[in-house]
Ligand binder design. Structure first.
Ligand code: 5GP
Ligand code: MN
Length: 339
């Protein structure tokens, strides 16, 4: 985005607009945080803003200020379609291809509203009038902070906006530890704390709300952990039966894959989660160093993401998915040993 783009957007936002903010399917902390942050900012600057997300999200994110006003396309299709149809502007946050918005794909494709994309994933599609895409960014939330800064709007960031931005930066950086965390990230965080983000409260809300069942499920996942030493890889499986045994709730498996990645001498980690309802195996991939799980997921698992964190799926059963994973590892051995 150029300075001229920001001047143009400021001009566009000089009069009240109807604005819809959308994000990706199975929204995470960054998707919800960035959407709500922009929602608070736009509402405060006299626009009529609505957040529409494709589907539901985990309990540990159901406290962020404004979240009760989010429309979920899955269960509130009529209201969502109306807001989308009336929108002058649609912001698409934390994704860059309409198919990532689940059932909203068609309506986004057909919409004539002016689109603005803010996103940090690789290979953005070319659907937006204004595209702020930067794969080096820690999170879409950090980009929303920069976006507001470039609109000269930092003074409009209140404690609600600050809290929402903080959540997404925190969750997408593994609490400020991933390589993408820069001094600029920390400067933004410092400013957000000054503007009213309560860091201790936010960490507690997101990370300290385990149920007993979730910890038991983690125990099960860890006992299923396998290592493939010759490929410096490790993986975890969870069957639908195991999920049921521990009364699985959305979000319960969040972060499990990181235990596999934390192993000494492991640079590639995967978790395979059976979803009989959708008839797929949901896959999360993580890596250390230069090894690109985005490439691996795009090539073999119908997905994508970032260099060190990607998601995907498989249409064959759990056992066959593991077989496939193990069978493709040798072709990556050199890269895995250099990573
Ligand atoms: P997770 O493993 O936590 O579901 O996802 C890790 C990262 O990969 C996130 O940034 C997420 O947006 C991205 N991602 C997850 N699933 C998919 C997918 O099916 N397609 C693409 N392109 N990205 C995905
Ligand atoms: Mn993100």
């Amino acid at each position: 985005m150029t300075n001229q783009d920001y001047t143009d957007i400021n001009q566009l936002l000089a009069t009240p607009k109807k604005i819809v903010i959308v994000s990706h399917k199975n929204p995470d902390g960054d998707a919800i945080g960035s959407s709500l942050a922009l929602f608070h900012y736009l509402t405060k600057t006299n626009h009529q803003a609505t957040v529409v997300l494709p589907n539901d999200y985990p309990e540990f994110l159901k406290w962020i200020p404004g979240q009760d006003l989010i429309l979920k396309y899955e269960s509130q299709k009529e209201d969502s379609d109306q807001k989308l149809a009336e929108a002058d502007i649609i912001f698409t946050l934390d994704f860059n291809a309409f198919h990532r918005a689940g059932d909203m794909e068609t309506v986004l494709n057909n919409s004539t509203a002016l689109k603005i994309m803010i996103d940090h994933h690789q290979q953005p599609d070319d659907y937006a009038k204004y595209t702020y895409s930067d794969v080096s960014m820690s999170s879409t939330c950090e980009m929303v902070y920069n976006f507001i800064k470039n609109l000269n709007g930092l003074d409009h960031i209140d404690s609600n906006t600050a809290t929402a931005i903080y959540v997404g930066i925190m969750t997408d950086t593994g609490s400020f530890r991933f390589r993408s965390t820069t001094s600029a990230t920390h400067r933004a965080i410092a400013d957000l704390i000054d503007k009213g983000a309560d860091n201790t409260m936010i960490h507690n809300q997101v990370y300290d709300t385990n149920s007993y069942n979730r910890l038991q499920l983690l125990g099960c996942a860890l006992s299923n952990l396998k290592i493939v030493p010759e490929s410096r890889a490790a993986y975890i499986t969870l069957s639908q039966k195991e999920l049921q045994q521990f009364d699985y709730k959305k979000g319960d498996t969040e972060g499990f894959v990181n235990y596999a990645l934390s192993l000494n001498n492991v640079v590639l980690a995967a978790i395979f989660i059976e979803d009989l309802q959708q008839g797929i195996i949901k896959i999360s991939l993580r890596s250390k160093g230069d090894f690109s799980v985005n490439e691996m997921s795009r090539s073999h698992f119908h997905g994508g993401g970032h260099t060190n964190a990607a998601g995907g799926k498989s249409d064959v059963n759990l056992e066959q998915t593991i077989e496939k994973f193990i069978s493709i590892l040798p072709q990556y051995n050199t890269a895995l040993h250099e990573s």
